[in-house]
Design a protein around this ligand. Structure first.
Ligand code: NDP
Ligand code: 8X3
Length: 248
C-alpha cells in the first residue's frame, strides 16, 4: 500500500512526503526535477521512492507508472498536488504559452493521472484522491484568469468524481488553500523575480507547507465512512475584500 504525491520536489508536496513517510507509509514522490527528489530520498530513506514524471506529458506519466516496484505499486492515496501559476498580467496581456502550461499541468495532468490510477482503486473498493485546488478557484482576483479557472475545474472535477464513485468506497477531497509561503509558488509565478515573490509574504503569518501536509493526513485518516469533500483554508491574516468598483 502506497501514497503517490505529485509535485514532490518542493513546497506542499515535499512536506507531505516527509509527513506520510513519518506516519509509516511507502511514499512515491513524483516531479520533473529528479535531483530534488534524490535529496528527499537521502533524507527519508527507502520508504520514499523518487519518480521522474511530467504530469503534463501522457507518455511520461505512463512510463513512470509502469515500472513501480511491488512494495509501491498498490496506490492507496493519490495526492494531485503538482501545479503552478504563471504570471499575474490581465487577460489581454498574458502570455498564451503560460495559459497553456497551466491548463496542461493543473487540468490535463491532474485529470490524466486520476484516470490512470482510479481503476485500481475502484477494483479494490478502496482508495482516496486528494486534489490541491485553491481559493483562486472560488474567488476571482485581477491576474488570476486562467490559474483561477484551472482551480475551479479542480473543484468541480472533485465533486463530479464523488458523484461517479458512489458505492465504490473511493473517497475524493479537495483542499483549497489561500496564501501559503515557504514554497516556490510565487518564484515560479513571477518567473524568477524572487524579490517580488518575497514581498508577497512580508509581515504576514502565512500558511506553511507543513500545515497543508497535516491537513492531507487529517483528511485521509478520517474513518472510511467519512469523506471530507473540501477544505478551504486561509491564513488568519487573509480575508475577502469588498468587490471592486472602477470609477472613471
Ligand atoms: P511549488 O512551486 O513549491 O511546488 C510545485 C510542485 O509542482 C513542484 O514540486 C514542481 O516540481 C511540481 N510541478 C510543476 N509542474 C509539474 C509538471 N508538469 N509535472 C510534475 N510536477 C510538476 O508550489 P506549492 O507547493 O505552493 O504548490 C503546490 C500546489 O498547491 C499547486 O497545485 C498550487 O497551485 C497549489 N496552491 C499553492 C498555494 C500557495 O500559496 N503556495 C495556495 C493554493 C494552492 P518540478 O518543477 O520538479 O516538476
Ligand atoms: C494560490 C493562492 O491566492 O495566490 O493558489 O491564487 S493565490
Amino acid at each position: 500500500m502506497s501514497v503517490l504525491i505529485t509535485g514532490a520536489s518542493a513546497g506542499f508536496g515535499a512536506a507531505a512526503c516527509r509527513f506520510m513517510v513519518e506516519k509509516g507509509f511507502h511514499v512515491i514522490g513524483a516531479a520533473r526535477r529528479m535531483d530534488k527528489l534524490q535529496q528527499l530520498r537521502a533524507e527519508l530513506g527507502e520508504r520514499f521512492l523518487p519518480l521522474a514524471m511530467d504530469v503534463s506529458d501522457f507518455t511520461s506519466v505512463d512510463s513512470a507508472l509502469s515500472g513501480l516496484p511491488e512494495s509501491f505499486a498498490e496506490i492507496e492515496l493519490l495526492v494531485n498536488n503538482a501545479g503552478l501559476a504563471l504570471g499575474l498580467e490581465p487577460a489581454h496581456q498574458a502570455q498564451f504559452a503560460d495559459w497553456l502550461q497551466m491548463i496542461n499541468t493543473n487540468i490535463i495532468g491532474l485529470t490524466y493521472l486520476t484516470r490512470q490510477i482510479l481503476p485500481q482503486m475502484v477494483a479494490k473498493k478502496r482508495g482516496h484522491i486528494i486534489n490541491i485546488g485553491s481559493i483562486a478557484g472560488t474567488y476571482p482576483y485581477p491576474g488570476g484568469n486562467v490559474y483561477g479557472a484551472s482551480k475551479a475545474y479542480v473543484k468541480q472535477f472533485s465533486r463530479n468524481l464523488r458523484a461517479d464513485l458512489a458505492g465504490t468506497h473511493v473517497r475524493v477531497s479537495n483542499i483549497e488553500p489561500g496564501l501559503c509561503g515557504d514554497t516556490e509558488f510565487s518564484n515560479v509565478r513571477f518567473k524568477g523575480d524572487d524579490e517580488r515573490a518575497e514581498k508577497l509574504y512580508a509581515n504576514v503569518e502565512y500558511i506553511r507547507p507543513e500545515d497543508i501536509a497535516e491537513m492531507i493526513w487529517w483528511i485521509y485518516s478520517r474513518p472510511a465512512h467519512v469523506n471530507i469533500n473540501s477544505v478551504e483554508v486561509m491564513p488568519t491574516a487573509q480575508s475577502c475584500a469588498a468587490l471592486n468598483v472602477y470609477r472613471e
